[in-house]
Design a protein around this ligand. Sequence first.
Ligand code: FPP
Length: 246
Amino acid sequence: MTVAAASVAGGGGCRHLAIIMDGNGRWAQGRRLPRIAGHREGVQAVRRVVEAAPGLGLDVLTLYAFSSENWKRPADEVSDLMGLLRHYVQHELDTLHRNGVRLDFIGDWQALKPDLVRLLETARDKTRANTGLRLVMALNYGGQGEIVRAAKALAAEAVAGTLSPDDITSEMLEARLDTAKVCGGLPLPDAVLRTSGELRLSNFLLWQAAYAEFLVTDTLWPDFDGAALAAALDDFSRRERRFGGR
Ligand code: FPP
């Protein structure tokens, strides 16, 4: 399906797409380049996808940019990834703002370096009133950690006596997840897409993806573009969603 055809189809009903951007390292390795070159090209793919997303009917795009497990990578790679994030926000913020994109973050991003946290807060605050695409970056994010933080919030309320443990519902836990706490809250993802052919969720949106469609493509993230996004949304449009019913 072409980008234009998918645009007419309005993303096949997918409003919130979450992406595990995988394959940067293999892209670089295939070209005998350092891994940073793959991550740099990965940022170009982020630009292309953010540009194409609204025309394909997406309201929310959540990108897994840095997981809480990515700290295990060599220090220079972690530092390169943080540098790219800083560069992306510094250099894209005006364009994102002009295009009506609203930027938000999930994960324990407030634990990143203080100057980076300030930059992210500035970007979030500047774009807060925008009504176009919601671009959510998962930074220092892990689904298990997010659920633990929500459980701790409930436990603290129980200890304070403002709720009884017997009254805890799944809606109450969901309301304490990062995705509910970003301004205005986020809808659950309709689909999770992983590039580079791997078939793992890798601790991404574990709670929220309970009934999301899982989309996979062999395309490595640095090669991903609007046409690849349209093809993934076309795949989604042919899924029959049942949410446990029949
Ligand atoms: C996985 O590829 C990708 C990441 C760990 C980070 C994703 C980061 C980017 C796309 C660039 C930074 C993003 C922004 C928004 C500034 P991998 O390195 O695990 O690839 P491999 O599995 O082929 O080794």
